[in-house]
Design a protein around this ligand. Structure first.
Ligand code: TXA
Ligand code: MG
Length: 343
C-alpha cells in the first residue's frame, strides 16, 4: 500500500497505474472508490479479488464527461438525458444498455452498465488523465462499511491496493443513487446522494425497485450489506412493540452503543453514543454516517442500536443503509434489551 496526498503529480502517477492495469483507490464526492481500467478485464478481475466481491455484483463505471458516458451506452432515453443534465457531475449512477466495449465482468453478465460522472476534482482528473472509463466499487471489503477517508480505505484493503490517493474526508458520505429505466421510465435501484424528491422534481414519478436477496438486478440491494462487524439493530420504540409485535429474545448485551440523528431520546445508559447531527440535518448526518459506524465498531461493543431517521431527503439513503446493516429490531423493556432478528 502507498497512501499519498492527491497532488497533481500523484494523480498523474495514479492515472498511469490505471492505464497499466493497476488498482488505485481515489476520492469521489460520495465515498472512496477502488478504480481499475473498465475496458481491461484482467484489471477488473483484480478488483473483484481485492474486495473479495462475488462476481454476480456489477460495478459502476466512472467517466470524466457526458461524451465518454455515451461511448459506453447504445441508447439513452429522454429521462436519462434530463437526469444527466440536472445531476452530473454528481452522486447519480444511470443504468443503460452497454456497448461491447464494456466487458461482461464489469456488469456481471448483465446487458446493462451503470455509469456516473463523479463531482470531485481528483476523480475527474484521474479519469481524464488515465484516458479510460474507470470501473470503481466502494473501496471496502465486500459487505462492509464504505470508506469515506483514505485511512478507512487502508484499514479495509491495505496491501490489496497499488495506491491510495488521499484528499481527506468525502463530502456527501453516502453512495450514489442508482437509477435504471424500464420502457424509458426511471426505476430507483438504490437510494443515495441524490434524494428521491430531487429525481422526481426533474422526471416526475420514479418507480421504486423491488428488493431481492441474492443475485438480482442490483445486488447492491442485497438484504445484508454495508454492515459493521458489531451486530447492529434498529431501535424500535417500546410502545410501538407492545401488544402486536412478536415477542423478542432478551439480548445479553453488556456494552451497548447508540447511533442517532440528534441527542434527543437516547436510551441510557450506553457505553458509546454517536450523534449524527445536533440540529437534525440529514445532509450532515449522511456525511458522517459511515465514520460514526466505524468508530462504534472500534469500541468493543456487544451491540449497536441505531435510531431511525426521517424518510425524507438523504434520510431515505441513510435508513436504507441502516436497514441493510441491521440484524433486526431491538428495544428496551424493563431495563432489558430485546431483539427480534429479521427473518
Ligand atoms: O457512490 C458510489 O456509487 C460509489 C463511488 C465509488 O462511486 N460506488 C459504489 O459502488 O457504491 P458499489 O460497487 O459499492 O455499489 C454499486 C451499486 C451496487 O448496488 C450494484 O449492484 C449497482 O451499483 N450496479 C452496478 N452496476 C449495475 C448494473 N449494471 N445494473 C444494476 N445495478 C448495478
Ligand atoms: Mg459498496
Amino acid at each position: 500500500m502507498s497512501r499519498v496526498a492527491a497532488t497533481p503529480s500523484a494523480i498523474e502517477d495514479a492515472a498511469a497505474r490505471i492505464a497499466a492495469g493497476g488498482l488505485v483507490a481515489f476520492p469521489t464526492e460520495t465515498v472512496y472508490g477502488l478504480g481499475a481500467d473498465a475496458t481491461n478485464p484482467r484489471a477488473v478481475a483484480r478488483l473483484f479479488e481485492a474486495k473479495a466481491r462475488p462476481v454476480f455484483d456489477p460495478i459502476i463505471v466512472h467517466v470524466a464527461s457526458v461524451e465518454q458516458a455515451r461511448t459506453l451506452w447504445t441508447s439513452c432515453p429522454p429521462a436519462a438525458e434530463a437526469l444527466m443534465r440536472a445531476f452530473w457531475p454528481g452522486p447519480l449512477s444511470l443504468v443503460l444498455p452497454k456497448t461491447p466495449q464494456v466487458p461482461d465482468l464489469v456488469t456481471a453478465g448483465l446487458p446493462m452498465v451503470a455509469v456516473r460522472m463523479p463531482d470531485h476534482p481528483v476523480a475527474a482528473r484521474l479519469i481524464a488523465l488515465s484516458g479510460r472509463p474507470v470501473a470503481a466499487p466502494s473501496a471496502n471489503r465486500f459487505g462492509g462499511v464504505s470508506p469515506t477517508t483514505a485511512e478507512a480505505v487502508d484499514e479495509e484493503l491495505g496491501e490489496a491496493v497499488d495506491c491510495i490517493l488521499d484528499a481527506g474526508p468525502t463530502r456527501v458520505g453516502i453512495e450514489s443513487t442508482v437509477v435504471a429505466f424500464e420502457g424509458g421510465r426511471p426505476v430507483l435501484l438504490r437510494p443515495g446522494g441524490v434524494p428521491l424528491e430531487a429525481l422526481t422534481s426533474i422526471v416526475g414519478e420514479v418507480d421504486i425497485g423491488a428488493r431481492r436477496a441474492g443475485p438480482s438486478a442490483s445486488p447492491g440491494m442485497l438484504e445484508r450489506h454495508y454492515a459493521p462487524r458489531t451486530p447492529l439493530y434498529l431501535l424500535a420504540p417500546t410502545d410501538a412493540r407492545a401488544g402486536h409485535a412478536p415477542a423478542g429474545q432478551p439480548l445479553a448485551a453488556q456494552r451497548i452503543g447508540v447511533l442517532s440523528l440528534t441527542p434527543q431520546g437516547l436510551p441510557c445508559p450506553v457505553a458509546a453514543a454517536e450523534v449524527l447531527s445536533v440540529s437534525g440535518d440529514l445532509v450532515e448526518a449522511a456525511a458522517g454516517l459511515f465514520q460514526a459506524l466505524r468508530r462504534l465498531d472500534q469500541r468493543a461493543l456487544d451491540a449497536i442500536l441505531a435510531a431511525p431517521v426521517p424518510l425524507q431527503g438523504l434520510g431515505r439513503a441513510i435508513m436504507d443503509r441502516l436497514q441493510r446493516a441491521s440484524q433486526g429490531h431491538a428495544w428496551f423493556s424493563g431495563g432489558q434489551l430485546y431483539a427480534a432478528p429479521r427473518p
